[in-house]
Design a binder for this molecule. Structure first.
Ligand SMILES: Nc1ncnc2c1ncn2[C@@H]1O[C@H](COP(=O)(O)OP(=O)(O)OP(=O)(O)O)[C@@H](O)[C@H]1O
Length: 693
């Protein structure tokens, strides 16, 4: 394989005049390496860029003589899209057969679970959608009945109440909620015939509770038959496929000579294991390279230890992990601070900033509970403009971002992103058709399309969801689709059809052109509840009593504040430069020009959680552990200080995004006693902004 001779081309494509060469040559060594190994490196060290360069060079050697290809995996679709965006124009071959690029989930679905689903349940996987799955869970739960007192055997609902709440002291509501949680989250181990929650087997295929196991399995099998899986089902079906047909492994090893996994720290053990199960064994010729940074593992729950154990950790005699030290993203000043937030420090791991174009100190912005999101945003813009960051196109491309750990919370008295910016919605970023209430269907549809099409689709999707919740099926006992709904309405006669079409057009028109959300919502609600929708003769019965809205009441009535402000803000921002709002989770992997990290409440605030005080004992006085915020290296204790360590990781990711400007907005009351010592003029590292309080 020729790699070396293509590196210069890769540099010109990916680095805009930069080079992979430096005094340690770690990037080049990694690009040239095509043995099984893991690469661990600090944020912004160019891991992903080096991987892209390697892929580019490998693609120049394709097709391979033996017809094999390469497999490129990452944890999120966003990371995959980014790879496509950067490379597709230069090496389209990489995105075609025999190669595959996708999430671990999509790989498992396509190469293992899909075929297994067809063979076992007669259908391919249609949806892998947690929200739809939850909807099915609720339907099933609400269809369950309680036993009549004294009548044996007990019904499933009673049995589950006992099983899932065993050993817990719960109220009736909590107990019921636990049943719902079980139905939503249980894992179906197909090979062993068990329903597992966490580490507990709740029901299994044999034993005294067999009939209850069968009842749940009948429901579950029906979902499989409809191709509706939750995301863990794919992995269990995948394992089942490997178990029943181990030759798949050989086929996949032949197909994929190289496997690359980026963002490795975010994979959970079951994902890591299934990939190893397929590709990593003595007889396998496949090369696997896994790239990541354990200190940035914040994906699912923020665990102290991530599930990924590197090859060197597991087998030091045969493997040596690679590393890249310097951060090309971070300036020396920001890197110096970020380095204090390292939780786990393997050899050759320290954050050294090599981005020399900025000397801005980190800014600490003091706020209080009355500070509004708008004033924070204005302050952020003010600093950006004072530093002239908004002028360079390169900076505008990387963008300006306000991020928080906690984005949404049902608690008015604490700080979180949505409290500061009520129009922030994780869901507004989604362009899927399924929302959890009617109002969201009317507001969060795909607004990038200027026609009425997107809102029309969204309203129709809401109507279909209502029919589904009300358990209204087609005469073939199938769920309604948009076209089946239209056919049904046409069959009700011309007047009904014309009326429906006219109304639909009016609603769409009023939303798109007049942004008249509230009135349109009220009209649609009246329509749905009236004789021209729910009251129609859905089952074509000779004599029928019009139905009423029951199970979909929550979906129809659930509130969602139509933020007409949002559209206004968007419009004004189009004239200047946008300030993006996101969770810290969703900016992982990104490079920003400026990042404002706003502390938020998750058990406690970040500033509080970083401050660990060990109470005095008879032998020892009180001890205050070093605090990274004060530019001190952390020494949190093994197996203790869990909240502090979670915080470390979250801030490590958030603080390591910007090339130029890092702002940290904190509640003044949380650091009151330290403000003076944090100031640059007093030997600290922070420029403190005090005029918002
Ligand atoms: N060799 C290089 N020379 C100059 N700039 C580079 C080099 N490698 C990467 N960069 C730039 O540094 C920034 C970070 O790169 P990249 O996203 O690849 O880092 P990463 O290690 O994957 O980051 P993270 O750990 O946050 O996921 C990008 O803006 C990228 O263009």
């Amino acid at each position: 394989m020729e790699i070396d001779k293509y590196i210069v081309q890769a540099e010109s494509i990916l680095l805009n005049g930069g080079t992979f060469e430096d005094e340690r040559n770690e990037r080049k060594n990694f690009i040239k390496n095509i043995e099984t190994c893991d690469l661990i490196a600090v944020p912004g060290s160019g891991k992903t860029t080096a991987l892209l360069a390697k892929l580019y060079c490998i693609a120049q050697n394709m097709p391979f003589e033996d017809g094999s290809g390469i497999l490129i995996l990452s944890h999120t679709n966003k990371a995959i899209e980014e790879i496509e965006k950067r490379l597709k124009n230069y090496c389209p071959k990489l995105f075609e057969y025999p190669n595959f690029i996708g999430t671990v989930q999509s790989f498992v679905n396509k190469f293992l679970a899909n075929q297994a689903c067809f063979e076992k349940y007669g259908t391919y996987i249609k949806k892998n959608d947690d929200e739809l799955y939850e909807h099915e869970v609720k339907k099933f739960y609400y269809s369950l009945e309680w036993s009549i007192k004294g009548v044996e055997p007990k019904k499933l609902k009673n049995k589950l109440f006992g099983l899932v709440n065993a050993g817990k002291n719960v109220t009736y509501e909590e107990g019921c909620n636990n049943i719902l949680k079980f139905l939503k989250y249980f894992e179906y181990n197909i090979i062993d015939g068990k329903l597992i929650l966490g580490n507990r087997t709740i029901l299994k295929y044999n034993g005294v509770n067999q009939s209850y196991y069968n009842e749940i399995l009948e429901w579950k099998n029906n979902l499989f038959k409809k191709g509706l899986l939750n995301y863990k089902d794919s992995f269990n079906l995948g394992l089942f496929a490997l178990n029943t047909n181990p030759s798949i492994k050989t086929i996949l090893q032949k197909r994929f000579k190289y496997v690359f996994i980026d963002e490795m720290q975010d994979l959970e053990d079951f994902q890591i294991n299934i990939i190893d199960d397929v590709f990593f064994n003595d007889s396998s010729q496949t090369v696997i390279q896994r790239i990541g940074d354990k200190n940035q593992s914040i994906y699912n729950s923020v665990k102290e230890n991530c599930d990924w154990k590197t090859r060197q950790e597991v087998d030091p005699e045969n493997y040596t992990d690679l590393s890249i030290q310097n951060s090309m993203r971070l300036s020396p000043i920001i890197a110096n601070l970020v380095d204090k937030f390292v939780l786990e420090r393997p050899t050759d791991y320290s954050v050294v900033g090599k981005f020399e174009e900025s000397k801005l100190p980190p800014h600490l912005i003091l706020i209080d509970h009355n500070t509004t999101g708008e004033s924070l945003k204005t302050k952020f813009k003010e600093i950006i403009e004072e530093c002239d960051l908004h002028i360079e196109p390169k900076n505008l491309e990387k963008g300006f971002h306000i991020v928080s750990w906690t984005t949404e919370k049902d608690h008015e008295d604490v700080l979180y992103l949505k409290k500061l910016f009520p129009n922030f919605s994780k869901e507004s970023k989604r362009k899927k058709g399924d929302f959890d209430c009617l109002k969201k269907h009317l507001f969060l549809f795909d607004k990038e399309k200027p026609t009425l099409e997107a809102i029309r689709k969204s309203i129709l999707n809401a109507l279909i969801r209502i029919l589904d919740l009300e358990n209204i099926k087609t005469l073939e006992n199938k769920n309604y689709t948009k076209s089946k709904l239209f056919s049904f309405i046409i069959n009700q006669g011309e007047e009904c059809y014309e009326n429906f079409k006219a109304k639909l057009f009016k609603w769409c028109f009023n939303i798109i052109t007049k942004e008249n959300y509230n009135d349109t919502y009220a009209e649609i609600k009246t329509f749905i509840e009236g004789e021209n929708f729910i009251g129609l003769n859905w089952y074509n019965e000779e004599e029928y009593t019009p139905k009423r809205i029951l199970a979909s009441r929550e979906f129809i009535n659930k509130d969602f504040p139509f933020g007409s402000e949002e559209s206004k803000t968007e419009k004004t921002e189009m004239d200047s430069y946008p300030i993006n709002l996101s969770s810290v989770h969703s900016v992982k992997g990104q490079t920003h020009c400026a990042t404002m990290y706003v502390e938020s409440f998750y058990y406690e605030y970040e500033t509080k959680k970083l401050q660990v005080v060990i109470p005095p004992t008879k032998k020892k006085p009180e001890e205050i552990l070093p605090n990274p915020l004060f530019n001190q290296y952390q020494t949190y204790r093994p197996n203790k200080d869990v909240r502090a360590k979670e915080t470390l990781k979250m801030m490590y990711v958030g603080f390591s995004r910007p090339t130029h400007l890092l702002c940290f907005a904190v509640l003044k009351e949380n650091i009151q006693d330290h403000i003076e010592s944090l100031k640059i003029e007093n030997g600290g590292i922070w420029k403190i902004i005090e005029d918002l309080v």
